[in-house]
Write a protein that binds this ligand. Structure first.
Ligand code: GLN
Length: 547
């Protein structure tokens, strides 16, 4: 069968859930046993999101092969339960870098290099490349940004050309827009969608379906109006109402008939859809449960998207333990003041310190780690969180006053966390960290071995600094165990405090491997420990009758 392509563009405004929608389209196809892969085309000029501020761009998602990618890839992996590679995220920066490298090599034999065909050809090559790498039946392609953006033009032109390259019957264009609500008149407005479809048509693309994000019910007459003005059949005008639980979106799209429409148009109609497992999971998510407060201490907490995979991984583990995770976002700088931890972390049944870069806020994080250790509150340190945990331990349990990471204090007398010799010479900031999957050997019996039940695991990394082995012996004899090591025994990948219910730090990012129906073992174990932690004012177990 020829590979089929579903292209998803966005209209009217950004931030209306295009990533979740694309992930959900992937899921409804997978529920029909259709093999699918996904990619995001990002029109901005950065080469990858790795050097972008989390405030601007949310989390940097790391693929198994070490790609530093857009956070939407995290949604794709979680919803469709697949592992993507760097081929699934292409930015305009990468495209231009590559086209210009060809030009410098003389590959164009002195020709004039143009947006069409050179840039568009390269974009299409990236799409074809993913198709041949994955051999998926369907490739779902999200075009980042909003139709009308200047930098998006070559991407729209490339997906327009795809129609001729692979045949009209093998492509499907979906346009996601917003229907704004005017409270004074109580109406949903279709005009911005009409304009955005007109823009899309100006790029030569007639959408096959329009998904209308809305906070209010979309009436039949609105669907008919959009159908008439945008030349899309009424059943293909699909409302997408705002929901509390993003994992419900695949069920909503399936129910509105998008799966059938796709199958008919792309000639995949023989496939039967089975959403029962997903629907059961969504139902369990939506039943009320005892809430479990978990503090997430970071420096980008104003923008929770910076920690989206951590947030989701906590929720997944909570679902498994029948708990609603109530994340208490704690700004690490707010913990700088003496006594602040006693107030801000008072209710937390568990404390998570996620990844991060730079010294800002690290004192407050060290304070949170001290609080967790002294009060025996379960603690999970992710990458930076592991480094913080070992620094705190060195300062307060081994009396290494001023212990630190050389990232935060290059003159520290006790560089518990330090650069590896091969990292010292690195000058480029982009793509130069220890990235992607590496094996980790688990020592027994430890909290890590109890969680994983395996003696070797593969986890994804994104960091420059490492635990400094010069301090391993002194910290181990004080009760900080290296429970996971690189197979050559050189790098400490997991550390845990021995005399504590659960104080574990990992140099990698387990959050990237968590799935809604398959929580990551470390998150699972952490939430299990948090569940057994009694705090003042914590919500009591719900009575069985739910009253
Ligand atoms: N800044 C630390 C390092 O580079 C931790 C990185 C992270 O948390 N992802 O090693």
């Amino acid at each position: 069968m020829a590979t089929k392509y579903v292209f998803v563009t966005g209209g009217v405004v950004s931030s209306i859930g295009k990533g979740i929608t694309v992930a959900s389209i992937g899921r409804i196809l997978k529920n029909r046993n259709i093999s699918v892969s996904v990619m995001k085309l990002d029109p901005y000029l950065n080469v990858d999101p790795g050097t972008m501020s989390p405030y601007q761009h949310g989390e940097v998602f790391v693929t198994r092969d070490g790609g530093e990618t857009d956070m939407d890839l995290g949604h794709y992996e979680r919803f469709i339960d697949l592992e993507l590679t760097r081929s699934s995220n292409v930015t305009a920066g990468q495209v231009y870098t590559s086209v210009l490298a060809h030009e410098r090599r003389g590959d164009f034999l002195g020709g004039t290099i143009q947006a069409v065909p050179h840039v568009t050809n390269h974009i299409k090559e990236c799409i074809f490349n993913l198709a041949s790498e994955t051999s998926a039946d369907v490739i779902v392609v999200e075009v980042g940004g909003t139709v009308g953006d200047i930098e998006g033009q070559p991407f729209l032109e490339a997906i327009r050309q795809m129609r001729n390259d692979v045949g009209r019957e093998n492509v499907y264009y979906i346009h996601l827009t917003l229907l704004p609500y005017i409270a004074a008149t109580g109406e949903l407005k279709t005009k911005p969608t009409q304009h955005s479809v007109r823009d899309l048509r100006a790029s030569g693309i007639q959408p096959d379906a329009i998904l209308c994000r809305s906070d209010h019910d979309v009436s039949q007459s609105i669907k008919e109006k959009l159908s008439l003005f945008c030349d899309v059949k009424v059943p293909a005008v699909i409302p997408l109402l705002t929901v509390d639980n993003v994992y419900a979106v695949p069920l909503i799209l399936e129910e509105s008939g998008l799966g059938d429409l796709l199958c008919e148009s792309l000639d995949l109609s023989r496939r039967v859809c089975d959403s029962t497992t997903w629907a059961d999971m969504v139902q369990r998510m939506q039943t009320s449960k005892t809430s479990l407060p978990i503090a997430l201490v970071g420096k980008y907490v104003e923008l929770p998207d910076s920690y989206i995979s951590v947030k989701e991984a906590l929720k997944h583990a909570g679902l498994h333990h029948d708990r609603d995770i109530e994340i208490q976002w704690v700004h690490s700088e707010d913990l700088d003041e003496a006594g602040a931890a006693d107030v801000l972390l008072k209710q937390a049944c568990g404390i998570v310190i996620p990844g991060g870069f730079g010294s800002r806020g690290t004192d407050g994080m060290i304070e949170a780690a001290r609080y967790a250790r002294e009060n025996r509150i379960p603690y999970l340190g992710l990458c930076l969180g592991m480094q913080i945990m070992t620094i705190e331990f060195a300062r307060h349990c081994v009396q290494y006053a001023g212990a630190n990471s050389s990232e935060f204090d290059p003159g520290t007398p006790f560089p518990i966390i330090d650069l590896l010799p091969e990292q010292r010479a690195v000058q480029d900031m982009g793509g130069s960290m220890r990235l992607g999957i590496y094996p980790c050997r688990i020592m027994e019996p430890t909290l890590a071995s109890q969680a994983y039940g395996a003696n070797e695991v593969m986890e994804r990394h994104r960091h420059r600094y490492e635990f400094n082995n010069d301090f391993r012996e002194s910290l181990e004899s004080a009760g900080l165990l290296a429970s996971g090591m690189s197979p050559d025994g050189k790098l400490v990948e997991i550390a845990e405090v021995v005399d504590h219910p659960f104080m574990v730090g990992v140099q990698f990012h387990p959050e990237f491997l968590s799935r809604p129906n398959r929580p990551h073992p470390l998150f699972h174990e952490f939430i299990g420990a948090a569940k057994n932690t009694l705090r003042e004012g914590a919500q009591a177990e719900l009575p069985l009758d739910g009253s």
